[in-house]
Every structure is written in structure tokens, then in C-alpha cells.
Design a protein around this ligand. Structure first.
Ligand code: ATP
Length: 238
């Protein structure tokens, strides 16, 4: 079995409003999968359906051979799925170090936690410099780094990233995407990346899915998607 995550004919709703229609996708262990699409296409809803914040009304979410469709979010996190939500949502009053500690709240392996804290500071040296400062004092890019580092402190097997580039300067975005690649390559963390910035997302992903109006309309390797005329026109501005 290589499938880490699979969505089978998933339909998700907000009350009576249907946001996802028969979504099928799969993620293999060790992959970086990108999901691209316009504003409101259903990308965030897909991530929220994976982590249980929105429960699929019909269809199935299967993680490591176990159905998690109706599992509460806290149990899903305990299985090794961690989300960095859109808008980052760090704790502004807590210091950088305390934010990172919060990420490890479900763990009790002190040595492992210390090791991962060191690894976070190695990935993001700026966070080490600012470890005693309140999270709210950091710049937008630094807060995004903190949100990712905090998620990594949970030692996830599958990391869900919702629009990590949002509102950030291109140089900072590049830095963050380089680190996402590094975490995937070094720590073997499987990554499910949702992005409106298709140019960037398709450059770091192995495979990608394109979503329109709650439906997956295309899926392929990122190289092939980048060469696809439809994708070029609609998402790459070419
Ligand atoms: P964005 O990049 O803007 O976040 P998205 O692709 O992530 O877009 P979703 O946020 O998943 O899209 O939204 C999918 C659809 O569900 C949209 O039509 C949106 O209006 C609707 N929607 C999202 N959240 C809610 C909610 N809490 N209540 C009702 N409808 C919602």
C-alpha cells in the first residue's frame, strides 16, 4: 500500500450549499500534491474535509487504510494529519517559543520535542532570533513560518497547507516554498498544498489537481499540468 490518503466521491456541504461534488483524489506517501483553482473553487473545503472540520456528507476519506470520514478533528490530528490554515492563526500573545511548544501539546517524548524544536530553528533561523518575542510582533512572512514550524512540532505524517503564499512578498514566498520542499525531502513529510498561486505550486509539487466549482477537472504530474494549454491560459497567465 502506497496510498496515504484517498478521497472517494466526496460531497461536502455548508448547510444546504454544496461546496464539493464527487471529489476523488489520492496522495501517496512522500508526495507533494498541489491543489489549484480560483477563489471559491472549493480548495479550502477539501482540506477541511480531510481534517474533519467539515464532514463529507457522502463519500469517504481514507487515511492509511482507515476510514476517517466521520472522525472528529482532534482524533484526526492524533493520527498524524496537521493543517496550517489560511490566515496562519498563530497565538499573537504567546512568544515564538511558546507557539512552538503549543504545536507539540499532544506529544510527551521530551527528547523528540527538543530535537524538532532545534530542527524548526534550523529551518527558520529568524524564528530562533525571535524566540522570546510575541508571535503578534512578527511580520506576515515570519508568522507564516511560525505557523508551519508549529505544525511541524506535531510531527505530522501529512501536512496540509492552505495558501501559504497569501499576502506575502515574492522573496519570502520563495523562501517558504524552498523550506516546504526541504521538509518533504529531509523529514519525508507528505504535503498537501492548496494554492491560488498556480505558478509556484506546480513548480514544487509532484502531482497536481485542478478544481473548478467544487469539482476536480484535471489531474496529472505537475510538469504535464504546466504544459497543459487549458492550465496555461486559466491559471498561469500565459
Ligand atoms: P479561497 O481561495 O477563496 O479560500 P477556495 O477554493 O478555498 O477559495 P472554499 O473556501 O473551499 O474555496 O469555498 C468553496 C465554496 O464554499 C464557495 O462557494 C464558498 O462561498 C462556500 N463556502 C465556504 N465557506 C463557507 C461557509 N462557512 N458557509 C457557507 N459557504 C461557504
Amino acid at each position: 500500500m502506497t496510498n496515504m490518503l484517498e478521497l472517494k466521491n466526496v460531497n461536502s456541504f455548508y448547510g444546504n450549499i454544496q461546496a464539493l461534488y464527487d471529489v476523488n483524489l489520492h496522495i501517496d506517501r512522500g508526495e507533494i500534491i498541489t491543489l489549484i483553482g480560483a477563489n471559491g473553487a472549493g480548495k479550502s473545503t477539501t482540506l477541511m474535509t480531510v481534517c474533519g472540520v467539515v464532514q463529507a456528507r457522502t463519500g469517504a476519506v481514507i487515511y492509511e487504510d482507515e476510514e476517517i470520514t466521520k472522525m472528529p478533528p482532534n482524533k484526526i490530528v492524533a493520527q498524524g494529519i496537521c493543517q496550517v490554515p489560511e490566515g496562519r492563526l498563530i497565538f499573537p500573545e504567546l512568544t515564538v517559543q511558546e507557539n512552538l511548544d503549543m504545536g507539540a501539546f499532544m506529544r510527551s517524548d521530551k527528547a523528540g520535542i527538543a530535537r524538532d524544536m532545534d530542527y524548526s530553528f534550523e529551518l527558520f533561523p529568524i524564528l530562533a532570533e525571535r524566540r522570546k518575542q510575541p508571535g503578534g510582533n512578527l511580520s506576515g512572512g515570519e508568522q507564516q513560518m511560525l505557523a508551519i514550524a508549529r505544525a511541524l512540532m506535531a510531527k505530522p505524517k501529512l501536512l496540509l497547507l492552505d495558501e501559504p503564499s497569501m499576502g506575502l512578498a515574492p522573496l519570502v514566498v520563495k523562501q517558504i516554498f524552498d523550506i516546504i520542499k526541504k521538509v518533504n525531502a529531509e523529514a519525508g513529510t507528505t504535503i498537501f498544498l492548496v494554492e491560488q498561486n498556480a505558478n509556484l505550486a506546480l513548480k514544487i509539487g509532484h502531482r497536481g489537481y485542478v478544481m473548478e466549482n467544487g469539482r476536480i477537472v484535471l489531474s496529472d504530474t505537475c510538469d504535464k499540468l504546466m504544459a497543459n494549454e487549458q492550465v496555461k491560459k486559466a491559471y498561469l497567465g500565459l
